[in-house]
Design a binder for this molecule. Structure first.
Ligand SMILES: *Cc1c(COP(=O)(O)O)cnc(C)c1O
Length: 247
């Protein structure tokens, strides 16, 4: 299969191994600074825009969790990776339209971007014949602007309030409410964003004690997210290289 995109050249493998060593060291240092056990922090390799061969190479280097943000790209890539015999955990981390729910539940183990009651219901229906429940994280809007994605803490909006969304997920037998996800809003210092997120997460766990996952932090701000309790960091460019497109 030398022509397949599911193979990588040795120099690419070496590049990925070097990126991985750097990111793992950053995570270890951040955990040491925060007095946390690195085993509490899962690194998700965000492979969007990169080919299945990179996923297989990362899997070969011991990466167990991969993230994608577009169904159209992810569905084919996940199929290619599965055909090559690898079975990473796939995390869907991007904005998700309800009409894509049926496709996403076929390959995703975890969806990080549940931000409306309507999307939660669409996922619940789509996941109904899965063997295991789909893990779902509710995406939180840190700045309270629902236009940019994310359920709004404290909002009474029946579709986009954080509590209504959490209740819709928790009440669906085909979903498991795993925790919260957020992206630091543009223009906000990450300290301020993740400090606020930590407050929201603490209050959330008192209502939903099993929902302890906190997905926060990317290539540029993972140390700060770990300081504020992230259990999942989503790392793309620091691992795979800069993407040519802004996503
Ligand atoms: C692309 C993306 C990431 C990874 O971003 P990097 O800055 O490349 O690490 C993380 N989270 C989401 C939601 C993304 O879309």
């Amino acid at each position: 299969m030398t022509d397949s995109s599911a193979t990588v050249r040795p120099d690419r493998r070496a590049e990925l191994a070097a990126g991985l060593a750097q990111v793992r060291a950053r995570i270890a240092d951040a955990c040491a600074d925060a007095g946390r056990d690195p085993a509490e922090v899962t690194m998700i390799a965000v492979t969007k825009t990169y080919p299945a061969g990179d996923v297989l190479a990362l899997a070969g280097l011991g990466v167990t969790d991969m993230g994608e943000n577009r169904d159209q790209e992810a569905a084919g890539k996940a199929a290619e990776v599965a055909a090559a015999g690898a079975g990473p955990r796939w995390h869907f981390i991007g904005q998700l339209q309800r009409n894509k729910a049926r496709s996403v539940v076929r390959y995703a183990d975890v969806v990080h971007s549940v931000d409306s009651v309507r999307l939660a219901r669409a996922l619940a229906t789509a996941a109904a014949d899965r063997e295991r429940p789909l893990e779902a994280l509710v995406q939180v809007s840190i700045d309270g602007d629902p236009a940019r994605g994310g359920a709004v803490p404290g909002s009474a909006d029946p579709d986009s309030g954080l509590e209504p969304v959490a209740e819709a997920v928790a009440g669906a037998p085909s979903l498991r409410l795993a925790g919260l996800m957020a992206v630091a809003p543009l223009g906000w210092p990450p300290e301020r964003a993740f400090e606020r997120l930590a407050e929201v997460a603490e209050a959330f766990r008192t209502l939903h004690p099993g929902a302890s996952a906190l997905s926060a932090g990317m290539s540029g701000d993972l140390e700060i997210a770990i300081r504020y309790g992230a259990t999942h960091v989503r790392v793309g460019s620091a691992l795979l290289g800069m993407r040519s497109t802004l996503r």
